[in-house]
Ligand binder design. Structure first.
Ligand code: URA
Length: 482
C-alpha cells in the first residue's frame, strides 16, 4: 500500500504531482491511501518501496483538471482517492467525463457542485462587522463553510471590498485583505469573532428599508441557510419584529393575503401560431433559479454578490423585464427592491396591476458596476452581456408562458425582441413576437428617477402608468377572449 501525504486539505498541486507519479508507475487506485499532513497517522502503516521518478507522460482532458481543482475542496475524505480513480480510468477512456451516469463521474460532479454552491453561499452570507474606529477600522466576519472554500472565495471579497481592510475568520482557515494582497492564517474558534456593533446596525437599517413581507420566504431561507449561517445574519433577528410591525401598516394586506396560486385562464388561441412557437421544454422557476445561481456565461458574476433571478408566480400572465439588478437588488438577491422598484410598485398600483400577480425579472441577472470609493456605480450592460444572459430570459419565458411581456427600457427591449428596438417608436401598443408572445415596450422606471425637471418627471410618469394600463387592458381582453 502506498501512503501519500498531502500538505493540506486543499493541496491540489501535491495531489496532482503524486497522482501523476503513481499513474506513470502503474500503481492501481486500490493500492493507494491518501492522507493530509495534519491528520493523525495510523499506528502500523505498511511500508512501500519509493516510487520511481516518473518517466513518460499522458494527457487528461482540461475539463477533468477544472473539475478536480474544485472537487478537491469538498470535505469528503474520499475525494483524493476518487479523483485518482478517475484519473486512472481517464488514461484509457478519454471520454469518461461525458458519461454522466458513471458513478465516479456523477460523484465528482456532485462534489464540485456542492463546493460551488458553498462558495456562492459564502459570497452572499458573509457580513462584516467593524472593529476599531475611523483610520484604524478593520472589518471582520465569521463564517463556517461546509467545504474547504476559503481560498476559492476570498478573491471575490478582495474585488468587492477592495478599499476596506477585512478578515474572514473560519474554523479551517482565515483570509485577510490589507488593500493589496490576500493572505491566509490558520483557522480560529468562534469565540474570536467580534460581536454586534455599528455595522450590524447599519445592515439592520438597510434590511428594514427593503423589507417586504410579501416576498419573504422564511422557511426557504432557513432551508437554504444552515442553522449556523442563519443565526450569523444580523437580519435574522429582525424578521419577526418586522413581520409583526407590518401587520400595522399597508403591508399587512400583502402579508396576510392568501397565497393560493390563481387558476390561470386558457391562453388566447388567436395570438399563438403553433408552428411559430418552438418553445423549449419548460423548467420550473425554482429549478431555473438554482441553475442560474452558478451562471458564469459572462464575466459579470465575478464582481456581483449573486445572481438576481426573476421573482413571481409561475402562473403570472404578465412578465415585466428590466435591465439588470442595481446595488440594492444585488445585495438583497431580488429584482426591483430599490428606488426603481418603489417607482415601479407605485405605477403598477396606479395602473391597477397587483405586483403579486406579475413575474418580474431583468434582461441581465448580475449587477454591472464600477467601484467609486464606497459607492458602486451602475454601468449599462453591453450586447455580449445581454446575449450571454438571454438564455435565462428565454427559459423564464418558456416556464411562465405569460400573455404579455413588458420590456422596460432599451436593454430589456433588446433582449425581448432579440435586436435593438427603439422605445419611442414602439411604445404604447402590444406587438406580436415570432414565438406568439405579445410584447409591450415602455421606459425604465430609473429613467423617470433621473429626470431633473419636475414637470417632465410628472409627465413621463403619467405616460409610464398609461403604458402599464395598456398592459392591464391587453390582459383583460385576452382573458375575455379565452
Ligand atoms: N433596475 C432594473 O432594471 N432592475 C432592477 O431589478 C432594479 C433596477
Amino acid at each position: 500500500m502506498r501512503i501519500i501525504t498531502l500538505d493540506s486539505q486543499t493541496d491540489f498541486d501535491g495531489w496532482r504531482k503524486a497522482a501523476r507519479a503513481l499513474a506513470l508507475n502503474g500503481v492501481k487506485p486500490s493500492d493507494v491511501s491518501w492522507r493530509v499532513a495534519d491528520d493523525a497517522p495510523e499506528l502500523f502503516e505498511p511500508i512501500a518501496p519509493p516510487l520511481e521518478p516518473p518517466q513518460g507522460t499522458f494527457n487528461v482532458p482540461a475539463k477533468f483538471v477544472e473539475l478536480a481543482e474544485v472537487a478537491i475542496l469538498h470535505r469528503n475524505p474520499e475525494r483524493f482517492a476518487l479523483l485518482y480513480r478517475l484519473l486512472w480510468r481517464l488514461r484509457t477512456h478519454h471520454d469518461l467525463l461525458e458519461l454522466a451516469t458513471d458513478p465516479d463521474v456523477a460523484e465528482i460532479t456532485a462534489m464540485a457542485t456542492a463546493v460551488r454552491r458553498d462558495e456562492h453561499k459564502m459570497h452572499v452570507l458573509v457580513r462584516f462587522r467593524e472593529i476599531g474606529r475611523e483610520q484604524k477600522s478593520h472589518f471582520v466576519a465569521w463564517f463556517e463553510p461546509e467545504h474547504h472554500i476559503v481560498e476559492l472565495a476570498a478573491p471575490f471579497f478582495a474585488r468587492r471590498f477592495a478599499d476596506m481592510p477585512w478578515s474572514i475568520l473560519t474554523p479551517d482557515l482565515c483570509a485577510h485583505w490589507d488593500g493589496l494582497v490576500v493572505s491566509f492564517t490558520p483557522g480560529v474558534s468562534r469565540s474570536e469573532a467580534p460581536g454586534a456593533d455599528r455595522l450590524e446596525e447599519t445592515w439592520w437599517r438597510y434590511y428594514a428599508s427593503i423589507f417586504n413581507p410579501a416576498r419573504l420566504k422564511v422557511q426557504t431561507m432557513q432551508k437554504e441557510t444552515s442553522r449556523n449561517h442563519w443565526w450569523n445574519l444580523p437580519e435574522a433577528s429582525s424578521i419577526k419584529p418586522l413581520i409583526e410591525s407590518a401587520g400595522h401598516s399597508a403591508n399587512a394586506k400583502i402579508a396576510n393575503a392568501a397565497t393560493e396560486p390563481q387558476k390561470r385562464p386558457e391562453l388566447p388561441k388567436a395570438s399563438y401560431k403553433a408552428s411559430e412557437m418552438p418553445r423549449k421544454h419548460a423548467d420550473d422557476i425554482e429549478t431555473l433559479r438554482e441553475e442560474a445561481a452558478d451562471c458564469r456565461a459572462c464575466h459579470l458574476y465575478k464582481n456581483a454578490t449573486q445572481t438576481v433571478f426573476g421573482e413571481g408566480r409561475q402562473t403570472a400572465r404578465i412578465m415585466l423585464v428590466g435591465e439588470q439588478p442595481g446595488d440594492k437588488e444585488d445585495l438583497a438577491g431580488k429584482p426591483f427592491v430599490g428606488p426603481a422598484g418603489q417607482m415601479l410598485d407605485r405605477a403598477l398600483e396606479e395602473a391597477g396591476i397587483d405586483r403579486r400577480t406579475v413575474y418580474v425579472t431583468n434582461a441581465v441577472k448580475h449587477f454591472k458596476f464600477v467601484p467609486r470609493g464606497k459607492i458602486r456605480l451602475h454601468q449599462k450592460p453591453n450586447t455580449p452581456e445581454i446575449k450571454a444572459c438571454r438564455q435565462w430570459y428565454e427559459r423564464e419565458l418558456a416556464a411562465i408562458k405569460p400573455d404579455l411581456v413588458v420590456a422596460m427600457g432599451a436593454t430589456a427591449a433588446q433582449s425581448v425582441f432579440g435586436k435593438i428596438t427603439p422605445i419611442n417608436k414602439n411604445r404604447g401598443r402590444a406587438i406580436d413576437l415570432a414565438d406568439g408572445t405579445r410584447a409591450l415596450v415602455t421606459v425604465h422606471p430609473s429613467y423617470l428617477l433621473r429626470l431633473p425637471d419636475a414637470d417632465a418627471k410628472a409627465r413621463e410618469y403619467r405616460r409610464f402608468v398609461q403604458d402599464l394600463k395598456i398592459a392591464a387592458d391587453v390582459l383583460r381582453k385576452s382573458a375575455h377572449a379565452a
